[in-house]
Design a binder for this molecule. Structure first.
Ligand code: GMT
Length: 374
């Protein structure tokens, strides 16, 4: 198949899923065209069968706001014509699904070109629910030839919130079980924790929805009982706030900020626990990536997280804001090496058994075929 994939290029779950899907599809011999405003970070290296197309956004003195959406639609039409695309797969509804719809209307062989939209989370729960986008998101979902959501939670939330009556297929986020082995030994525990301290880790885009302040508060309670270090990975609007909070709580150099990292796997090998106290999480790709490296997760019990984490087996989930609960469980686990070891083994096993790319990517392929034959 010739597949066009639209995604965000930045360090975010939807871009990671789109990029890893592109790599998996390309390895299976499909021709994959990536359309974005910059090369996605996971696709900077060369991959056979993957072609990157950056969207040109025309500027003109009259335009106060240059239109990315129209530039994207124009690029999609050009690619559909020149590369005979079968499918345009939009990752994240806003504005990608709307631009895909427009491109399909313009393209003069629209009966052949099909569109698929994958809903990732905040495109439904946060941004999409904004009154200014609501009608467009609903329209784009209804007009896509196929729609997928990354969890049953997100599927149900979409149906309720947007009064959707069409099929939405659930296809989970995925990981490559071979990836951890390629990254083992790259991170030195001693460099982060020279006195053998325990290491906790959080990675996100530091948006309010991630409640990074709770990460610091949990860590402060843990460090009060056990010598420990906290690794913060990522960048985003709440980073200054969280740096200030860590300093106000006198956590000093026990909290380290590593900035954006293209791959989290090397760091997971230094971590004992992964913290994800989000307000909302439609799936929780970072939790799955941690589990894939055998790192148990302490998180909230929101959204799709209960579809990823098995309570008491691969991690522990608590209500949003239950800092004491999450800290207490972290202390308990870090003080019980045998219990932690069991959790690590089960976390890795669950990632391998249920979320292996080799199992999930064929679900996308099969979905494309169904849509093309419908
Ligand atoms: O919140 C993020 O980390 C970014 C966001 C995105 O779309 O880039 O992530 C969402 O999509 C991921 C991939 O499907 C999911 O694993 C995340 O749970 C989801 N984030 C939220 O729902 C907050």
């Amino acid at each position: 198949m010739n597949i066009g994939i639209i995604c965000y290029p930045t360090h975010g779950g939807s871009g990671v899923v789109a990029s890893e899907l592109a790599i998996g599809l390309a390895q299976k011999g499909h021709e994959v065209h990536i359309i974005s405003y910059a090369p996605p970070f996971r696709l900077r290296a060369f991959h056979q069968n993957i072609f990157i197309h950056e969207v040109d956004v025309a500027s003109y003195p009259l335009f106060k706001y240059p239109s990315y959406e129209l530039g994207l639609a124009a690029k999609l039409v050009e690619l559909a014509e020149n590369h005979h695309l079968d499918i345009i797969h939009a990752h994240y509804a806003i504005p990608h699904a709307a631009s895909a719809y427009l491109a399909k209307q313009i393209y003069n062989n629209a009966r052949r070109l099909k569109t698929v939209t994958t809903l990732h989370g905040t495109d439904i729960t946060l941004v999409g629910a904004d009154p200014s986008f609501r009608r467009i998101v609903k329209f784009a979902i209804e007009k896509s030839d196929g729609v997928t959501a990354v969890s049953h939670y997100l599927k149900n939330r979409t149906i309720e919130e947007f009064d959707i009556h069409r099929e939405i297929r659930v296809i989970y986020n995925f990981v490559d079980p071979g990836q951890p082995a390629r990254n083992r030994g790259l991170c030195s525990r001693e460099a982060f924790a020279p006195k053998g301290e325990k290491i906790l880790m959080h990675a996100s885009n530091f948006r309010p929805v991630k409640r990074v302040g709770d990460v610091v508060r949990i860590f402060a309670q843990v460090r009060g009982r056990i010598p420990a270090k906290l690794l913060f990975v990522g960048e985003g609007p709440d980073r200054p706030f969280v740096q200030r909070l860590a300093s106000d709580m006198n956590l000093g150099s026990d909290v380290q900020f590593l900035g954006e990292q293209d791959q989290l796997e090397p760091l997971f090998f230094c971590a004992d626990l992964f913290l994800l106290p989000s307000e909302q999480e439609s799936f929780g790709l970072t939790a799955l990536e941690a589990m894939n490296c055998g790192v148990p997760v302490i998180s909230t019990d929101v959204g799709g997280l209960p579809e990823v984490i098995v309570q008491g087996e691969t991690g522990y989930m608590f209500p949003v804001g239950d800092v004491a609960g999450m800290a207490g469980k972290a202390i308990e686990l870090l003080s019980d090496p045998a219990a932690l070891e069991l959790l690590k083994t089960r976390a890795r096993r669950r990632a391998e058994q249920f979320f292996d790319a080799a199992r999930i990517i064929p679900q996308y392929e099969a979905f494309y075929r169904e849509i093309l034959n419908s």
